[in-house]
Write a protein that binds this ligand. Sequence first.
Ligand code: DX5
Ligand code: ZN
Length: 229
Amino acid sequence: MGWDAWARRTEVEPSLYAADLSRLGAEIEALVGAGARVFHFDVGDGRFIPEITIGPVVLASISPLVHGFGAVLDCHLMVAEPERHFEAVARAGGDSVTFHVEACDDPPRAIAHARSLGLDVGVSCKPETRVEDAVAAAVGADLVLCMSIEPGYSGQEFQPEAFERIARLRDSLPAEVRVQVDGGVNVETIAGARAAGADLLVAGSAVFWRDDPAAAYRDLVERARGVEP
Ligand code: DX5
Ligand code: ZN
């Protein structure tokens, strides 16, 4: 489909990993009501990260609902051998796959593979990975994801070194490649992340661990919108 068709220039993406999974449909609906159109979906395999998270079975059950709202699912694969899972993600209704550069031995092949399945594609890097490695791997990709926490689980604190890493990514990447940030994005950090150059701002606990996720989402959008890189 192409990111330009489905992501606004600045997009706050609720991360469903932090949602109350017993009420997932209702949580999604409330956020769509608040304006969310891109949902972040975290897949972890217990190998690349210690945690096992949610996967294609959950994705398949929510994708008709999400697509019915005119929204999309941006899938972050925190897994070893990510390419093995692209087809399952596509079949389950994922709209994009972002794989970790640390887990992939042939990024150009992975990017081509994702495209052949009709998926948009991103390349992610952990906090310790050189941003240059992510930039080199991202030729032909739609986005580069800068992790601002160690990938694994929601609710960790934003690592401030990420501001500079985001800025370096923004400077090194072609304008059409989006920069995404994931981890510890909240009312305190979102404006700085946007100012550094992030277009796609993933927020898990700052949305779902609040009394009113829709209001929390709107507040984050407001804070991001007021800032230009
Ligand atoms: C964790 C995931 C994140 C997570 C973010 O590694 O990749 O998407 O849900 O949660 P917060 O926003 O709470 O850091
Ligand atoms: Zn994520």
